[in-house]
Design a protein around this ligand. Sequence first.
Ligand code: SF4
Length: 181
Amino acid sequence: MSQCTKCPLRAGCQRVVFGSGNPEAKIIFIGEAPGKKEDELGIPFVGSTGRILDKMLAEIAIKRGDVYLTNICKCRPPENRDPLPTEIQTCSTWLEKQIQIINPEIIVTLGRYALNYFLPQAKISQVHGDISEINIEKIGKMKFFPLHHPAAARINRQTRALFTQDFQKIPTILKQIKKEQ
Ligand code: SF4
């Protein structure tokens, strides 16, 4: 992946930010694309947005190293613009491989871009915090839990409250999944 030049995003970034965490994680968190700090360090969810995610994980007693963190686009879009549909589509082969290799018990999407990659018609305002099962092409059925993006939670108090409330459901969801196994 680090050698990938399949879309124009690679020409404008410093490095491919492929992901970090436990390759055998039960949870994969999927965001939108790396930002400036992520591009500098090569690690997803660092800087102020990363600190919110770290705080949320600490509150539910889960270590960052126990989950897997990545984005739908692995290269930073110029000036942090939104990734284009063609860029998301081109990069999705990497995400698909990551999900196949990690084979998590649950996919947690962060923000509308990651949500709409899996469920194109869904609205984050309507489905955040709802657990469901989705059928992913070439992968199969997976538990799916969409959340707001921590960057949105950082700038909007109401979104922060929803994000916190939804995030705190994760331990119960994991227990429920274990019971079903
Ligand atoms: S964004 Fe994805 S597809 Fe585009 S160059 Fe980077 S790794 Fe390759």
